[in-house]
Design a protein around this ligand. Structure first.
Ligand code: GLP
Length: 245
């Protein structure tokens, strides 16, 4: 796992956007895996700026989002459908038919998850996956204990995640307790991965991911054996003992 330490959140966001720009430059019909949460917002802002300056063309890009809350209305401001439209898709020239985000109310969730997993394969797999990290080490919504071999599926959110994500809702009770998430194996199959962590709150988990052996108790540790993963953090998320390598 390559570690890149940036001075601040702005530089981290710029760096992540540069990696995505480079990917699309090399392969205009790239398949991107995209994430939500607070961390990638700066990256999406940078990508929008790059698009407006004519530096990136998303017309042939396909995007698969990692996850979505189960049962939430798509038009709910905290749904990941809403987030992606607002933060990125409405502002760039990606084609509607090339956007995939897990359904929030599929009729048959199990069948739907299989369909989503197959759709990723059908499109040739993910070229570059963008990830954030939950404070408990989750990636997507793969909570601690998730099988490293897991595929896209319905998952029950950990108490910690509900608590963390309640800051975006009016109350903790409003946070859905289930989600659909790409599995850990789905994520691991991406050809390249960038994982972002910013701010003091991510210090502890970053340290664990870097220093501990792979363990299903900390889902993000699966990436330690991925051949092309870049962990991009800012100084605030660094415990001081990590250095760029
Ligand atoms: C959510 C998402 C994750 C994300 C995590 C961290 O639970 N499902 O994909 O990485 O939150 O969010 P934040 O970046 O806001 O700390």
């Amino acid at each position: 796992m390559k570690i890149i330490i940036e001075d601040n959140y702005e530089n981290l966001s710029h760096k992540a956007a540069e990696v995505i720009k480079e990917q699309i430059g090399q392969k205009p019909d790239s398949v991107l895996g995209l994430a939500t949460g607070g961390t990638p917002i700066g990256t999406y802002n940078e990508l929008v700026k790059m698009y407006q300056n004519g530096e990136i063309d998303f017309s042939e890009v396909t995007a698969f989002n990692l996850d979505e809350y189960l049962g939430i209305e798509k038009k709910h401001e905290q749904s990941y459908h809403y987030y992606m439209q607002e933060k990125l898709f409405n502002k760039i020239n990606i084609k509607k038919e090339n956007i995939f985000i897990p359904e929030s109310k599929p009729k048959n969730p199990e069948e739907y998850c299989k369909w989503y997993e197959n759709k990723i394969k059908e499109k040739g797999g993910i070229d570059l996956q963008l990830l954030g990290i939950g404070s408990n080490g989750h990636i997507g919504f793969n909570e601690p204990g998730s099988d490293f071999k897991s595929k896209t599926r319905v998952i029950e959110l950990a108490k910690q995640t509900i608590e963390d994500n309640s800051r975006y809702f009016n109350s903790e009770k409003e946070v859905p307790n289930k989600a659909i998430t790409m599995g850990l194996d789905t994520i691991f199959k991406a050809k390249k991965i960038i994982i972002l962590a910013s701010g003091e709150k991510k210090k502890k988990i970053v340290k664990k991911i870097v220093n501990l052996e792979q363990t299903e108790k900390i889902p993000a540790t699966i990436l330690k054996k991925h051949p092309k993963t870049k962990l991009i953090i800012d100084k605030a998320a660094n415990t001081k003992d990590l250095v760029s390598n």
